[in-house]
Ligand binder design. Structure first.
Ligand code: FES
Length: 139
């Protein structure tokens, strides 16, 4: 019997929490343990932006690009973060300190623009606020 997608997503999220990201090795192990084709697991990792198949930095920044945040300059702040961190979205800094990703709504639409830093929400972002947050993470 084939498992529906939601339980699989939860299993993959838990494995990602344990290992930091979903390597080929981890995905193969999960595939064997729960008897689900590896191709199906790869498909899920490609669909859900919160799943990572590459190693990530010590600090993971996920900036929201959904409409309420986008209309409040999240795209400009994404560019600012890229410049400040010296990386493009989807990349990790050379020192391994930061990874930057674009995500869909993180549930903070009433205080846009918003981002997650290591799963903690930060809202009403400005360049000054981002400077402060990055400085705190670097110290
Ligand atoms: S649209 Fe950005 S948090 Fe909901």
């Amino acid at each position: 019997m084939e498992l529906p997608e939601e339980p699989l997503l939860n299993i993959l999220k838990k494995e990602q929490e344990r290992h930091g990201y979903l390597s080929d090795h981890v995905l193969k192990q999960v595939s064997i343990e729960i008897d689900v084709p590896l191709s199906k697991l790869y498909g899920i990792t490609q669909f859900y932006t919160m799943l990572r198949t590459e190693p990530v930095g010590k600090n993971v920044i996920e900036i929201c690009m959904s409409t309420p945040c986008f209309l409040n300059e999240s795209d400009t702040l994404k560019d600012y973060l890229e410049e400040k961190l010296g990386i493009k979205t989807g990349e990790t800094s050379e020192d391994g300190e930061f990874s930057l990703f674009r995500v869909s709504c993180i549930g903070c639409c009433n205080e846009p623009p918003a981002m997650l830093v290591n799963d903690e929400p930060y809202t009403k972002l400005t360049e000054e606020r981002i400077d402060f947050i990055i400085k705190e993470l670097r110290d």
